[in-house]
Design a protein around this ligand. Structure first.
Ligand code: ADP
Length: 191
């Protein structure tokens, strides 16, 4: 099963992805994690991405599409994958479609975790306090920009998949295990 886990920053995609990985034996492909690993390793990509990420802006589409394309070719993705944090722009969504076509792969589901902005602010503030600011982009100022970027550039991606009738939305204000239960119902229905 190949799926997209979609939602604003702080929606709980990472938490839910862990459950999905366990239950459906797929791998999680988080572009945020990949970029943070590149920053930590001090690669050329990491150097380039760091400032962009710290501002809460988006890394260039072609670079991200290239990273994901290479990752999907690895053998562990044969059993299926969750895209977490990608696609984040219409350009990335179109690039993904082309890429999957070329590779002879299909998308089985787009799960949208819906959470209003006020709640996202609360969550990120809490996460920033808990992690002692270990993520440079977990602060109110950057979050404000990340939410703006989400509404301006990422929300249209949802409309793109809605047009294809591929989206199932889950209420992300529910308890974590309730969100999980909803996702399981959706994904079991696609198997
Ligand atoms: P979130 O907490 O919003 O889920 P991520 O960990 O997915 O954040 O991403 C952190 C940052 O990494 C983003 O703000 C952005 O700068 C960069 N990034 C991650 N995924 C992408 C992408 N698909 N396209 C462009 N930039 C990305």
């Amino acid at each position: 099963m190949n799926l997209i886990l979609f939602g604003p920053p702080g929606a709980g995609k990472g938490t839910q992805a862990e459950f999905i990985v366990d239950r459906y034996k797929v791998v999680q492909l988080s572009t945020g994690d990949m970029l943070r690993a590149a920053v930590a390793a001090g690669t050329e990509l990491g150097k380039m991405a760091k400032a962009v990420m710290d501002r809460g802006d988006l890394v260039d589409d072609q670079i991200i599409i290239g990273i994901i394309g290479d990752r999907i070719d690895e053998p562990d993705c044969k059993g299926g994958f969750i895209l977490d944090g990608f696609p984040r722009t219409l350009g990335q969504a179109e690039g993904l479609d082309r890429m999957l076509d070329e590779k002879g792969l299909t998308l089985d589901a787009v799960v949208n975790i819906s959470v209003p902005d006020e709640e996202l602010f609360k969550r990120i503030e809490k996460r920033a306090a808990e992690t002692g600011g270990s993520r440079a982009d977990d602060n109110a100022e950057t979050l404000k920009n990340r939410l703006k970027v989400y509404h301006d550039q990422t929300a249209p991606v949802l409309a793109y998949y809605e047009k294809k009738n591929m989206v199932d939305t889950v209420d992300g204000l529910q308890a974590i295990d309730q969100v999980t239960a909803n996702i399981v119902t959706i994904l079991d229905g696609k198997r």
